[in-house]
Design a protein around this ligand. Structure first.
Ligand code: UTP
Length: 296
């Protein structure tokens, strides 16, 4: 069974990036010249996803527009012989079929995903957070799809190792490894932000999920949780008590661009990884070190 659909929730308020997010969706803030949500869409395309569902809210129209055609700009670029730029923007608008659904009130990630249920039906589908970038040789979502396929289309939660002292910043997974390489676990539970002394593992959940259609029953049953929001974690825990849920350590570097530290880190790292900006960024860093020194 193929996993054809991905949900990208982009309806949040992005309060950590105010005042920019008063007017611009957080997911449209660019890492250099590419909006962060572009990376999530690219990951879906590279993972074989055929249909993408954006969960949006008011003020997020620029995300839809970004992935749509802009004929005026296309004509302008063509008339001015800017063919490379023309191809660049045409590639963005022809990436994948996109459907949008509205989350009318921002009641949490679980609620946002539940808004996509009429379009998903009972299929197993993928969730990719629009403010979380994972870069690696193989798309993270593709790796999780492979594990789900091997396990009869069951749910698979993407996990990555974090330093033991930092478990309080993440959702942490508890479970038993089922393979010799110690990459895939049968999940027992997911615990939100445990203290290091109470964390069962150091495996954190950075916003990549394959979920079976049964998740919607759970999303309909869970009460409001932390912060009065419908938490995806609560629904996944309910699902794990009824059905097999796996967790898989995917390969790749993760950038949590939903906060300022992760956003800065991605900006510097992506500039260094790109040959056209690498020297520029290194020179800037060298100059800044001369000016500001390094604190030890
Ligand atoms: P975050 O909690 O990181 O995003 O949710 P946020 O709420 O927009 O940001 P802050 O905390 O106020 O700064 C992760 C992803 O889930 C979406 C967000 O748009 C983001 O891409 N989300 C979150 C929704 O779609 N709906 C919600 O109710 C909450």
């Amino acid at each position: 069974m193929n996993i054809r659909k991905a949900v990208i929730p982009v309806a949040g308020k992005g309060t950590r990036f105010l005042p920019a997010t008063k007017q611009t969706p957080k997911e449209m803030l660019p890492i250099i010249n590419i909006p962060m949500v572009h990376y999530s869409v690219m990951e879906a395309v590279e993972s074989g996803i055929e249909q993408l569902i954006f969960v949006t809210s008011s003020g997020k129209g620029s995300i839809e527009n970004y992935f749509d055609r802009n004929l005026e700009l296309e004509n302008f670029l063509e008339q001015n012989g800017k063919i490379k730029e023309l191809e660049l923007i045409q590639n963005v608008s022809s990436m994948i079929e996109i459907i949008t659904v509205r989350q009318k009130e921002q009641l949490g990630l679980g609620h946002a995903i539940n808004c996509a249920s009429p379009i998903i039906g009972n299929e197993t589908f993928s969730v990719i957070l629009g403010d979380d970038i994972v870069r690696g040789e193989r798309p993270a979502t593709k790796q999780l799809i492979e594990v789900s396929k091997k396990n009869n289309g069951k749910s698979v939660i993407g996990v990555m190792e974090v330093p033991n002292a930092e478990t309080y910043r993440y959702g942490i997974v508890d479970g038993e490894f089922i393979d010799d390489k110690r990459l895939t676990l049968l999940m027992k539970a997911m615990i939100e932000k445990p203290k290091p002394s109470e964390a069962p593992t150091n495996l954190a959940t950075p916003g990549r999920y394959i979920l079976s259609g049964n998740i919607f029953e759970c999303l309909n049953e869970i009460p409001r949780g932390v912060g009065g929001e419908y938490q995806l974690t609560d629904a996944i825990n309910m699902l794990a008590s009824r059905d097999e849920v796996y967790a898989h350590k995917f390969d790749g570097d993760r950038f949590d661009t939903g906060n300022i530290e992760g956003f800065l880190n991605a900006t510097v790292e992506f500039a260094l990884r790109d040959e056209s900006t690498k020297e520029l960024m290194l020179n800037i860093i060298r100059e800044k070190i001369k000016t500001y020194g390094i604190k030890r």
